[in-house]
Design a binder for this molecule. Sequence first.
Ligand SMILES: Nc1nc2c(ncn2[C@@H]2O[C@H](COP(=O)(O)OP(=O)(O)OP(=O)(O)O)[C@@H](O)[C@H]2O)c(=O)[nH]1
Ligand SMILES: [K+]
Ligand SMILES: [Mg+2]
Length: 443
Amino acid sequence: MNFSETIFALASGRGRAGVAVVRISGPGAMAALEELSGQSRPEARRAVLRPLYRSKDKSLIDQSLAISFPGPKSFTGEDVVELHLHGGPAILAALFAELAAFPAFRPADPGEFTRRAFEHGKMDLTEAEGLGDLVNAETEAQARQALRQMQGELGRLYDGWREQLISSLAHLEADIDFPDEDLPDGVAAAIAPKIAALRGEIESHLADGHRGEKIRDGLDVVILGQPNVGKSSLLNALARREAAIVSDEAGTTRDIIEVPMDLAGYPVTIVDTAGLRDSENVIEREGVRRARDRAKKADIRLFMTTADAPDIPSEFADLFEESDYRLVNKSDLATIGIKENAKSRIFSLSVKTGLGVDGLMTALEADVTRRLDLSGAPALTRLRHRQALEECVAALQRFEAAREPELAAEDARLAVRSLGRITGRVDVEDILDVIFGDFCIGK
Ligand SMILES: Nc1nc2c(ncn2[C@@H]2O[C@H](COP(=O)(O)OP(=O)(O)OP(=O)(O)O)[C@@H](O)[C@H]2O)c(=O)[nH]1
Ligand SMILES: [K+]
Ligand SMILES: [Mg+2]
């Protein structure tokens, strides 16, 4: 990482805008503002008017509002200048041309401002990831979870576990250094219960049903059933738009159709599938294969039948489980031969008249809210964290089984290291490109 370079980027959204914010970070930031404006640098953290001029003919680029944040009290920990300009493409192009011409200035890479903040100790890796999630959050739950992580909730949890382990390890080192001395039954035995308790805590954090990861990715709600029962009609009713083709021809839908939605503040993807039946048509067969495949990965499954034949047909009874929803559609055409029961998740519908659709929606909202409830302890949010915690648990299990103090100490060290990699307390150079490469430019 080369901190002698000054980086700049548009920090606000692309395209025409009332105001655009350009961020500049690095050793040349203040001098650049002085040079562009022909005035001395403004007082720290005060918004001031600064007209900016082209270097070659001193013509005005734009009237800007400038704020300086001298390091280390800035987002990146370096000298930072923020310029608020009129958000026109020509103005931005002119400013970027001027900035790029300064020696050791260049456009920022994706996530580079946040990466510099991490490298200068302004935030740990989980906080940086939380910031990335916050920028990408589309639902209220995603934003709330991201904000909690950005404020250090997860980082504190993982660092706390790491500190507990380190203090246990320190006792163990004493054991190794004085192997011949009379340590009663070995210190390793004394710390074993603490290690077991910590491992239990990490294991229960891991066994959270992927709640935090699903808040980021959304729950999959998959609609399944025979051709023509009204699956695509339901998708359109839930999405409130014509996302899928509806027709009275059996076998209309062949591909998987996904509609992202916000249910009670939580992200879900409603998935429409091909009608399940044996078909001679290769394309339809592929559609059915995809539908079955998707059914197996679903978080919530809605099995649709119709009022004249409400039972789950034998062709796909293998997919059906007690916890799945049963939707009996076309109640406008026939009296339902089955009793509606929200508890056992049987819903009578007429997608055509709209009857029962709101009730289903309310039940789904309650279900999703229960599954993804945010009120409790912070949840694991990423595979990267999950893998590190699994490594940690495995190392602790080996530690507990080890006979030799030296081997035990090595496993304890590995466990500490796995935890340290989550927050970035130990060498993580190898994963930084991946983590920050996910960010957009200007963050
Ligand atoms: N009477 C009545 N007709 C309905 C109802 N829901 C859907 N339909 C009709 O049933 C036919 C099939 O609807 P679709 O939504 O295409 O059914 P599908 O399950 O997606 O069918 P495939 O994609 O072929 O598997 C259409 O003509 C719809 O208008 C309903 O509640 N009552
Ligand atoms: K159809
Ligand atoms: Mg369909």
